[in-house]
Design a protein around this ligand. Structure first.
Ligand SMILES: Nc1ncnc2c1ncn2[C@@H]1O[C@H](COP(=O)(O)OP(=O)(O)OP(=O)(O)O)[C@@H](O)[C@H]1O
Ligand SMILES: [Mg+2]
Length: 270
């Protein structure tokens, strides 16, 4: 439970050390971040702020696997040594928070920032030594959606192999492209040897890059989440462990090395 977890004196969990992602290679999908005007503005009065690497998981389709993906990648990132890692739950359903409450392990930390303090919160997380932050989002489009994506270094879009998911993806993609952030589709709940999986991949490839590692439809994912764990934690040698490890390696390679964000002083200290 939350209360039983070890905390640093500043109320956070995890060790302080340099981010390994600072040394990651440049991804071919990564372009110059655009569309950052709402929160970031360059002027002589502003100063450079070193940001935590931020991965936003988004999809307007309910149940596409956002929360499961967030939890599994966050745990895998910590396990692989890329942390310290934190998760932020921006969905009022609070599924990720509930998973985290059931969790006994220290990693990932959960940072409970309200939306309006998110930019300043991410800067604080960096100060406190967090290397990577995963933000889970709601299955809706709101004014917050594009603001959240502006904070991202990389946007992940989980898609199930189904016509409904495919039809819904266009709106998600339109928004991410508008904001100008690099994004990666992740095939989730994929059924082995199903034509629909190949058809979905073919249709998605016209919109953007798809991770080569798919997340299969496995009861193990749901079972593990119920107990605040992840499937690889319960079965380190299982098939889910292999696919999550491979997926994290791929996702990691897509995180831009640097973000030349300049944050307004009042946002940083607000
Ligand atoms: N790879 C998987 N295999 C089997 N079941 C899965 C998998 N991923 C997710 N699920 C199950 O599908 C359901 C939806 O997953 P999840 O909550 O992660 O989706 P979501 O996109 O976060 O949903 P919402 O849009 O409501 O926030 C859950 O019951 C979850 O346990
Ligand atoms: Mg969710």
């Amino acid at each position: 439970m939350e209360g039983s977890k070890a905390r640093r004196p500043d109320g956070q969990k995890g060790r302080r050390h340099e981010s390994q992602t600072d040394r990651m290679p440049e991804s071919p999908t990564v372009g110059k971040p655009e569309g950052t005007k709402a929160l970031f503005r360059e002027s002589p009065q502003t100063r450079k702020v070193d940001f935590v690497k931020t991965i936003v998981i988004t999809s307007q389709k309910g149940g596409s696997g956002k929360t499961t993906l967030t939890a599994h990648l966050a745990v895998e990132a910590g396990r692989s040594g890329a942390g310290p890692v934190c998760v932020i739950d921006m969905d009022k359903q609070a599924t990720l928070s509930r998973w985290h409450d059931r969790r006994e392990e220290d990693s990932p930390e959960r940072a409970p920032f309200p939306f309006h303090q998110l930019a300043a919160g991410l800067a604080k997380q960096k100060h406190q030594g967090t290397a990577i932050c995963f933000i889970d989002t709601a299955p809706t489009i709101s004014d917050q959606s594009s603001e959240l994506q502006r904070l991202a270094d990389l946007v992940l879009i989980p898609v199930r192999p189904s016509p409904a998911d495919l039809w819904a993806v266009a709106e998600t993609v339109r928004l991410v492209k508008q904001v100008g952030k690099p994004f990666l589709f992740i095939m989730t709940q994929a059924k082995a040897h199903a034509n629909i999986t190949a058809q979905t991949v073919a249709a998605l490839s016209g919109h953007g890059r798809i991770a080569q590692s798919f997340i299969a439809d496995r009861v193990a994912y749901a079972v593990a989440m119920t107990g605040g764990r992840t499937a690889p934690e319960l079965a380190p040698k299982g098939a889910a462990a292999d696919e999550i490890a491979a997926l994290w390696t791929e996702v990691q390679s897509c995180i831009p090395r640097t973000r030349a964000a300049v944050l307004e002083e009042e946002v940083t200290h607000g």
